[in-house]
Ligand binder design. Structure first.
Ligand SMILES: Cc1ncc(COP(=O)(O)O)c(C=O)c1O
Length: 381
């Protein structure tokens, strides 16, 4: 019987580093350094070295990493934060949690990332209407590909807005050799296990070159504590990265650059071999972390395609079947002028194939063959 193909393989990497992780976990147990211990400090230093950013504030999840800067900037009721709708819920959820208004912006049909022209028009329209104060933009590095930050930064500067990179999927992605922090005030990432750099539970990190902001974020991370531990100077959270997760990340980070190279190779091979499909396009100067390899199956044939893939033992997943602006919790938030036609079209067509840094050529050949057979079975190609 042929081996079932996993959508993401975490086991191969785990087996490579298992003993070293277990030694670290044992040391934490021996020392009792469960909270803010040396593993956390080691990881923050290493992550700053990886990205060249001055400050790394590790935290409990990618969602906290997005929420905390909004809290630090006192974003709240009456404020507008511009976000794509074609993303995971957390991107807009954090805006709603502060009491501010998420304003949804469309994405581009080829890269699936925020459309800078639609963003500019939407910010200008909200600013001229005067009901909401434009305060920030959260751009998402979707499926691993860094957003097109130069024009997004220009809009942020023109309207005096903060810019957050939601790098939960694309941490480590570069454009023209620059990481997102070259343009963004803050880079927020997630270490959820399935992310390109993931731990074995929940975790996240914020990076910034702004030392003053970093001090506020460290305070928010621990209940808004002041210089005196029992004088809380602002509202905060319990948002620390725990030592066990930091230990896992300390073993995974040294592998990460090589894994991004492997993902680039595997994605290029998919793109060479897959005929008759439209994958997410990656600009020539971009290194993507390829959190997902996503194609479009048009003409209402996606469900039949996925069923045909399943029959051939290949799992596929839809990211995302509904834009956030179409979901119950977010329907009341405004969308940019003329609606979000690209987001809505993508939601009906996208489907992601198995993708991870340890995908063998042989398994990839099986997947590619299954795609070709499934497409012809549903008469797309
Ligand atoms: C784009 C995006 N933003 C934010 C998050 C939130 O991260 P977490 O699950 O660590 O809270 C995720 C992933 O889950 C994500 O994919």
């Amino acid at each position: 019987m042929t081996q079932p193909i996993p959508f993401i393989d975490l086991a191969t990497q785990r087996d490579l580093i298992r003993e070293r992780i277990e030694a670290r976990l044992g040391r934490i147990m021996d020392q009792g350094s469960f909270i803010q211990g040396p593993e956390v400090a080691e990881f923050e230093t290493a992550l700053s070295a990886f990205s060249g950013m001055k400050e790394t504030i590790s935290c409990a999840s990618g969602t906290d990493a997005l929420l905390m800067p909004l809290m630090a900037w006192n974003i709240g009721p009456g404020d507008a934060v511009f976000v794509p709708s074609f993303t995971f819920a957390a991107t807009a959820e954090v805006v709603g949690l502060t009491g501010a208004t998420a304003v949804f912006v469309d994405v581009l049909p080829d890269t699936f990332n925020m459309d800078p022209a639609h963003l500019r028009r939407t910010v200008a329209a909200i600013a001229s209407r005067g009901e909401l104060r434009p305060r920030a933009i959260i751009a998402v590095d979707l499926f691993g590909q860094i957003a097109d930050y130069a024009p997004i930064r220009a809009t942020a500067d023109e309207f005096g807005l903060k810019l957050i990179s939601d790098a939960a999927q694309g941490f480590g992605s570069t454009r023209d050799g620059h990481l997102a922090g070259y343009w963004a005030d803050v880079v927020a990432t997630s270490f959820y296990p399935a992310k390109p750099l993931g731990c074995y539970g929940d975790g996240g990190a914020i990076q910034t070159d702004d030392e003053e902001l970093a001090a506020i974020l460290r305070s928010i991370r621990i209940h808004g504590s002041g210089s005196d531990k029992y004088d809380n100077v602002r509202l905060g959270l319990t948002a620390r990265l725990d030592s066990f997760q930091a230990a896992v990340l300390n073993e995974k980070l040294p592998l990460f650059a090589g894994e991004i190279e492997a993902r680039m190779r595997i994605a290029a091979r998919y793109s060479e071999m897959l005929l008759g499909v439209a994958p997410q396009t990656i600009a020539g100067d971009v290194v993507s972390t390829w959190a997902q390899y996503t194609i479009r199956v048009p003409g209402g044939r996606r469900d039949a395609f996925m069923a045909a893939m399943k029959e051939r033992g290949v799992p596929t997943v839809i990211y995302y079947g509904k834009g956030l602006h179409q979901q119950t919790a977010y329907r009341h938030f405004p969308v940019g002028g003329n609606g979000l036609p690209v987001t809505e079209a993508l939601c009906g067509e996208v489907v992601s194939l198995p993708m991870h840094a340890y995908l063998s050529g042989e398994t990839q050949d099986r997947i590619v063959q299954a795609v070709a057979e499934s497409l012809s079975a549903v008469q797309v190609a």
